[in-house]
Design a protein around this ligand. Structure first.
Ligand code: GLN
Length: 185
């Protein structure tokens, strides 16, 4: 499959590398025309305020809302989750608002801002080794949103139909099941 990877900022190269190893063709997305002909989309981790500002500057906000709104299978990891969401508990920032959740950014506190954890994910036979880096948690979920994994009761992986989003970084450890889940949706 041709899988778009939003390549404005953040760890898009890691996603592209993983997708290549999975046998897919990553397509780096920086301009609207590059969205044509992709079968799925990944929004990487990084800094969500920067991704939002750059997407706005490059005129990508409405085109992204349109393709995702039309059912394009989409995965957002960490900053990608924040960018997909409808709101945050903090100051207003540019978000797509296509995923009906409100997130709290950097929610695990400064002392433990990066950590790894074995996560049970609904529908996965084996636990997933998850890497969290200044990660958000999902504070509120809309009625159509399924929580697939949580840490201490706080959602860290959600699905709303064709949109899958994680607080953690499956791409960093070669974990392919999250991408497979999204590609099959
Ligand atoms: N803390 C970043 C943000 O708020 C997300 C970090 C990440 O993507 N690893 O956008």
């Amino acid at each position: 499959m041709r899988v778009g990877v939003l390549a404005l900022q953040g760890d898009f190269r890691e996603h592209a590398g993983l997708l290549t190893r999975m046998g897919h063709t990553p397509v780096l997305i920086r301009r609207t025309e590059e969205l044509d002909g992709i079968d799925a989309l990944v929004i990487p981790g990084g800094e969500s305020t920067t991704i939002g500002k750059l997407a706005d500057r490059y005129g990508l906000l409405e085109p992204l809302r349109a393709v995702i709104g039309n059912g394009l299978p989409t995965l957002g990891t960490c900053a990608g989750l924040i960018f997909l969401a409808a709101g945050t508990t903090g100051p207003t920032q540019v978000q797509l608002g296509v995923l009906d959740v409100v997130v709290e950014r950097n929610a695990f506190g400064r002392q433990v801002d990066s950590f790894e954890s074995e996560l049970d994910v609904a529908g996965f036979a084996e636990p997933l080794h998850a890497v969290f880096i200044r990660a958000p948690i999902v504070e509120k979920v809309g009625g159509d949103v399924e929580v697939l994994a949580a840490v201490d009761g706080d959602p860290v992986m959600v699905r709303q139909g064709h949109i899958v989003a994680t607080s953690f970084h499956p791409e960093l450890l070669g974990e392919t099941r999250v991408h497979e889940l999204m590609l099959g949706s």
